[in-house]
Design a protein around this ligand. Structure first.
Ligand code: AMP
Length: 293
């Protein structure tokens, strides 16, 4: 199926209303494009999703958006050089039955008189929030705007961006946004590197080095599960050692935190899950990864 590409909000609203009148569930996958298997796994989940109680077999109307959102990039970040691969993205989405692809212009999302931001509270402050000031304000704002335009019944996000999921959950709860959120697992390359649109910035040497993120998460899980190490300072130090075996790496953070609050933990409690979160620069490319243990 060739998806219908829509650029304006009014055309989008008309198309969505038509589908809703036909009794179809609107499922939504927001992205910045430069799609890979991780994004496509969300689109497949959006295609296949069903309410537990549903015995209606009408296919979902899957909507994806492709928009490189300027408000979530800092002044020294990669907004200008972020990969834009519209034709390829649409072709990939056509393989997973995506019906509508919303591709707004920057001026459509942010007309000259636009002024309102969504500020999410404490969950947006540590980790990415600290290293990328304003990032989550931009994410929450664009996601709420997209929700208001697409009016999805269900929206799909990747666990790859763990804190982003926490931020969007909080926004949806706090602002009573009528959408159900589904979180999909991180899709990885065969060697373990989490798929990311930014992986294409890596040189072959850096691509090999980037595996230290995955290896350090593996090591931490092993320390906790097999060696029963509970002191997070010890675990963090071991993770850092692995990351620093690669040249030209700068660790932004290694966090061992409560998965609900992202509050840093001193000790692992065996009966409770924790989340390991990493942000590392490999050369000039900043990568993030995480694992719930
Ligand atoms: P992005 O285009 O990077 O903003 O990502 C759009 C959506 O795809 C977000 O919900 C991401 O969490 C999700 N995503 C990105 N990479 C992956 C991955 N490797 N596996 C699963 N989901 C992903």
């Amino acid at each position: 199926m060739t998806p219908r590409i829509i650029h304006t909000v009014s055309e989008l609203r008309t198309a969505i209303n038509e589908q809703r009148k036909n009794g179809r569930c609107i499922t939504f996958v927001p992205t910045m494009g430069a799609l890979h298997e991780g994004h496509l796994s969300l689109a497949k989940a959006a295609r296949d999703w069903q309410y537990e109680t549903a015995n209606d077999t009408k296919p979902n109307c899957v909507v994806a958006s492709l928009f490189v959102n300027p408000t979530q990039f800092g002044p020294n970040e990669d907004f200008a050089k972020y990969p834009r691969t519209l034709e390829k993205d649409v072709e990939l989405l056509s393989t997973v039955e995506t019906e509508i692809v919303f591709v707004p212009e920057v001026e459509t999302m942010y007309p000259p008189n636009w002024e309102t931001y969504v500020e999410v509270g404490s969950i947006a402050e540590p980790l990415e929030g600290k290293h990328r000031p304003g990032h989550f304000r931009g994410v929450a704002t664009v996601v709420l705007k997209l929700f208001n335009m697409v009016t999805p019944d269900v929206a799909f996000f990747g666990q790859k961006d763990f804190q982003q999921v926490c931020v969007i959950r909080k926004m949806v709860d706090d602002l009573n946004v009528p959408v159900k959120l589904i979180i999909c697992p991180t899709i990885r390359e065969p060697d373990g590197l989490a798929m990311s649109s930014r992986n294409r910035y890596l040189t072959p040497k850096e691509r090999a080095d980037a595996l230290v993120l995955y290896k350090s998460l593996e090591k931490a899980e092993k320390l906790i599960h097999e060696e029963h190490v509970l002191d997070t300072a010890v675990i963090r130090a071991e993770m850092r050692k692995i990351i620093e075996t690669a040249e030209n790496t700068v660790v932004d953070y290694i966090s061992i935190a409560d998965p609900k609050t992202l509050v840093e933990l001193e000790q692992v409690t065996p009966s409770r899950s924790i989340v390991l979160l990493l942000a590392v620069k490999i050369g000039t490319t900043r990568l993030i990864d995480n694992r719930v243990v």
